[in-house]
Design a protein around this ligand. Structure first.
Ligand code: NAD
Length: 297
């Protein structure tokens, strides 16, 4: 299948490589010439602009961009995708953006005869490279079925979450819960250790008790408890605190639009805002344990 791919960053590049590995023909565009060159070397064809990529009439076009402003910039306006793409092409935006923006762009695509899915991912850069991402997909069921073989080349769990925007809804709800559970785990670990418990023993108890969660048993933030996690390497790599802050901003903004109180999510957003402001945004999000501990660098 001929697929167009726009946005070849930390996530987009390995996802595009997996499409090539699966035997798809790929046309790519990114503002960064070096990102494009790496994909061309792997077998993709570069396009000089979004419009040129659209005019090559790939059957599917996937975008993986930083934020809603970039998605709107790529899809809308005279030079945008929607102005140049042929009717019937299936558009898939995998960027993490707010559900309202996803619904707005998708509605415009539908009015001109295109099909569009929002399909944000979880699994990070490791999952993107391994082709094991989870895709949370919003849009029509028939379009989900059409996208499935393409998404399966990049991911393992592909879930239809309902109509347009619902992929983004699932994504922001999950990441808000992840932030809250990480802060809770950090607090519990700090409390236990400061009261005299060994961190590993405490983690063992939590992980076989009702406090168990992914943040405690798979990604424990306390140094020395687990190997192979960011806490074991000075909180480098992993999922950056600034990216978590972005997702918490999306969650709290969406909550405001829906009139839905999310006090724990709002507090988590403020804690990550503080942590970022202190210059720690590049550290993995589990490093928030330093803030919970009053240990500020
Ligand atoms: P990134 O900043 O590494 O890559 C974004 C790419 O988009 C860059 O190569 C940039 O040049 C390109 N770009 C920006 N504006 C463009 C435009 N107008 N036209 C063409 N290309 C343009 O970001 P990333 O880490 O790949 O993340 C992409 C999305 O995936 C974000 O929405 C992010 O929240 C989400 N996400 C990231 C992770 C992660 O671990 N990095 C995990 C899950 C979801």
């Amino acid at each position: 299948m001929h697929i167009g791919f726009i946005g070849l960053g930390n996530m987009g590049a390995p996802m595009a490589l997996n499409l090539l590995k699966a035997g798809h023909q790929l046309s790519v565009f990114d503002l960064s010439a070096s990102s494009v060159a790496a994909l061309v070397e792997a077998g993709a064809r570069s396009a000089a602009s979004v419009a040129e990529l659209a005019r090559r009439t790939p059957e599917v076009i996937i975008s993986m961009l930083p934020a809603a402003q970039h998605v709107k910039g790529v899809y809308l306006g005279d030079a945008g995708l929607l102005a140049h793409v042929a009717p019937g092409v299936l558009l898939i935006d995998s960027s993490t953006i707010d559900p309202m923006s996803a619904r707005e762009v998708s509605a415009l695509a539908l009015t001109q005869g295109n099909r569009m899915l929002d399909a944000p991912v979880s699994g990070g850069t490791g999952g993107a490279a391994a082709g094991t991402l989870t895709f949370m997909v919003g849009g029509a069921a028939a379009d989900f079925d059409a996208a499935l073989p393409v998404l399966q080349a990049m991911g393992r769990n592909i879930v239809h979450c309902g109509p347009s925007g619902n992929g983004q809804v699932a994504k922001v709800a999950n990441n808000m819960l992840l932030a809250i559970s990480m802060i809770g785990t950090a607090e519990a670990m700090n409390l236990g250790v400061s009261l005299g418990m060994d961190a590993k023993v405490l983690a063992g108890v939590l992980n076989s008790s009702s406090g168990r969660c992914w943040s405690s048993d798979t990604y424990n933030p306390y140094p020395g408890v687990m190997e192979g996690v960011p806490a074991a390497r000075g909180y480098s790599g992993g999922f950056g605190s600034n990216l978590m802050l972005k997702d918490l901003g999306l969650a709290t903004t969406a909550a405001q639009q829906a009139g839905q109180p999310v006090p724990m999510g709002a507090l988590a957003q403020q804690l990550y805002q503080t942590f970022s402001r202190q210059g720690n945004g590049h550290l993995d999000f589990s490093a928030i344990i330093k803030l919970c501990n009053g240990e500020i660098e």
